[in-house]
Design a protein around this ligand. Structure first.
Ligand code: F6R
Length: 636
């Protein structure tokens, strides 16, 4: 470690290596696993791996499969133990962790089936203790775990060791935290369907492994990551007990690292270069930390918070304050498409051309209205040509009960027309629904119908925002249509479709999301498709005259220093936005949730987020608004 690094990382209690991408991080971990397996194979010894499920390790497993297929990495002498399993699900259940492992790794490498261990989710309640003990014994009998792979939950769980789990805990039956169940709601099409219990290795079992790699991607993990790496050990965040392990490494991407002090408040741990960007970040943080309006910050606030060198460089606090006040004020605009015939030198969006062609990209129906419903409405009212493109159909997020209701409607309709209507289609889908059971994979027809349901909701929502159906584009990108959660793979066909859309709209401004999200999530993959398509448009004339505005996504919001455009909403506009959100009836129970906001459903969360931004601006000493939607400029 260089001296600068050690100064910057002085608060960190677990070595955390930050990578530019999840794939880069996975290479490192795959190398460690490969080296160990090869070494053990050469000595004719077995390797014992501890494995995790969830989104996080999927790319690692893909890389291990690639190495097996292309580079001859053999798992013939590997024994695996998985961290956990939902209680009540058998191994063939589509949502069981056993099935996940079969699909994502076991079926694609030469692991012997008898060498793969996943806790038994079906063990009778009176036999749970024995079964868990047998799992512990099997790990010991195999010689202990050589390398354990971990993800981390937003509650700070490792395995399913939820808050309250101590460092001595062993494999046992646990109750899942409410937030954990909310995050799993999408997999199970509704929180109510998520199992309440799981069998998990304990924190103690995990700590007994010889080497640990914890992986984390995306901003959704940033907050818990910082608490785990820098906080005191506590059973309210069981992952903090990893600090006790001498051979534990965190391999994380930039987004997941973004709340570590060295990234978020680097001036608190060392000298930094005071650029416009770092100054903005630090001063807005200082104002919020001291709960003072920008123009009320005094020299002592700066010196007491690790920023005296900034003061020395720039003179008096008041000079810095005024500068930051102006910068922040200039982010506010009621004209997200630019104000025609106005001086635009201090406005986020340029005055000309006007009207603009504004392209709103929504990974799924709902993201648009949820995150920028007020802005869309404004763009339209100001006379811009607004196109909303839904990148995916979102059909995986529709519960079967919604399909059943639509089928019944179709059948009723048929009857009203005295038998003239063709009932073959609804009857077929109804039968398919019965055949697949609650968690079976949807047939093409079911997915199609689910997609149509979401389209109709998007149309209603669009109307509420003043956008005609003719201006909605349903792209149904193939990566989504042909995949399932955690199994999506972007191909050239997706990019070609996006390229076509861009070239046909030739937008002056694009609103998009997905930047910094979990790389396997729908928004992140949709953004990846956009980025690749934009590259292909680089020579097009419209490209250079196109601004890209990022919205953060449904569960979160930009921090004050990241906001380049803040669009205030009046109480009436804000209410109208919610009328738009309410059109997405099928999504009501599938909230993304957010740590620290346990009681919010998805509806309230959007209110909290937009009102929260308005409160931040108010607190900084700017105008007091009802709500604010905000955007960050993306440099193509
Ligand atoms: C999975 C497991 C969990 C996950 C964690 C993160 O076997 O034990 O601790 O690692 O919930 O989940 P993802 O990766 O889906 O964000």
């Amino acid at each position: 470690m260089t001296p600068i690094e050690s100064e910057l990382t002085q608060l960190e209690r677990i070595p955390a290596q930050i990578y530019n991408s999840a794939d880069d991080a996975c290479q490192t971990v795959a190398d460690a696993i490969t080296d160990l397996i090869n070494e053990r194979n050469a000595a004719n010894k077995q390797t014992v791996l501890g494995l995790a499920t969830g989104s996080t390790p999927v790319r690692l497993y893909r890389e291990l499969i690639r190495r097996h297929q292309k580079e001859g990495l053999s798992f013939a002498n590997v024994i695996t133990f998985n961290l956990d399993e939902y209680y009540g699900l058998d191994g063939d259940h589509p949502k069981s962790y056993r099935k996940f492992m079969q699909d994502q790794l076991f079926d694609h490498v030469d692991l012997k089936p008898e060498n793969t261990n996943v806790p038994d989710g079906l063990v009778a309640s009176e036999a749970v203790f024995q079964s868990c003990k047998a799992y512990e014994d099997a790990i010991v009998a195999a010689g202990g775990i050589d390398i354990q792979i971990l993800g981390i939950g937003r509650t700070g769980h490792i395995g399913f060791n939820e808050p309250g789990s101590g460092p001595e805990t062993l494999t046992r039956l646990v109750t899942l935290d409410r937030l954990t169940r909310r995050y799993a709601a999408r997999d199970f099409l509704g929180e109510a369907n998520v199992p309440r219990h799981a069998i998990t290795m304990g924190v103690g079992t995990i700590l007994a492994a010889r080497k640990l790699f914890l992986l984390a991607w995306g901003e959704g993990k940033a907050s818990i990551m910082a608490k785990t790496v820098e906080g005191e050990q506590t059973d309210t965040i069981p992952a903090t007990f990893l600090q006790q392990h001498e051979n534990c490494f965190f391999c994380i991407d930039q987004a997941a690292a973004s709340h570590l002090t060295r990234k978020r408040h680097p001036w608190l741990v060392g000298r930094i270069e005071w650029t416009e960007e770092t100054t903005r970040k630090a001063v807005l943080w200082l104002a919020q930390k001291t709960a003072k309006a920008l123009l009320k910050l005094v020299d002592e606030d700066y010196t007491e918070n690790g920023m005296s060198d900034l003061l020395i460089e720039q003179g008096f606090a008041y000079q810095i304050n005024i500068n930051l006040f102006n910068i922040t004020q200039h982010t506010i605009t009621g004209w997200p498409g630019g104000k025609p015939d106005a001086d635009d030198s201090n406005r986020p969006e340029r005055a000309t051309p006007f009207p603009k062609r504004s392209l709103i990209l929504s990974p799924e129906p709902l993201d648009d209205v949820y995150c920028l419903g007020g802005t869309i409405n404004r763009l339209k009212q100001h006379g811009n040509e607004v196109t909303i493109a839904y990148q995916t159909s979102g059909n995986l997020a529709v519960a079967d009960s919604e399909v059943q209701a639509s089928i019944e409607l179709m059948i009723e309709l048929g009857k009203d027309r005295s038998g003239k209507a063709d009932l073959a289609y609804p009857k077929t889908v109804e039968q398919q629904l019965k055949d697949k059971g609650a968690f079976g994979a949807d047939t093409a027809e079911i997915r199609h119908l689910k997609g149509l349901i979401r389209r109709s909701e998007a149309r209603s929502s669009g109307r509420t925002l003043g956008i005609d159906t003719a201006n909605l584009q349903f792209m149904d990108l193939p990566f989504y249509e042909e995949g399932r959660y955690r199994r999506f793979i972007v191909t050239e066909t997706d990019v070609a479709q996006m390229y076509q859309l861009l070239e046909s709209v030739q937008p002056h401004q694009i609103f998009a999301t997905g930047y910094g999200h979990d790389p396997l999530s729908v928004p992140a993959l949709s953004f990846e498709v956009l980025r690749a398509a934009l590259k292909q448009c680089a020579d097009s004339e419209w490209f250079n005259d196109c601004n890209i505005w990022l919205y953060k996504g449904p569960a979160d919001e930009w921090e004050a220093h990241e906001i380049d455009m803040a669009v205030p909403l009046s109480p009436d506009e804000f209410e109208n936005k919610f009328q738009g959100i309410y059109q997405h009836q099928t999504q009501r129970s599938q909230s993304p949730g957010r740590a620290g906001n346990k009681s919010s459903n998805s509806w309230d969360l959007a209110r909290d987020i937009n009102r929260g931004t308005a409160e931040i601006y108010d607190g900084l000493g700017l105008a007091e608004y009802e709500a604010i939607e905000c955007f960050k400029r993306y440099n193509k």
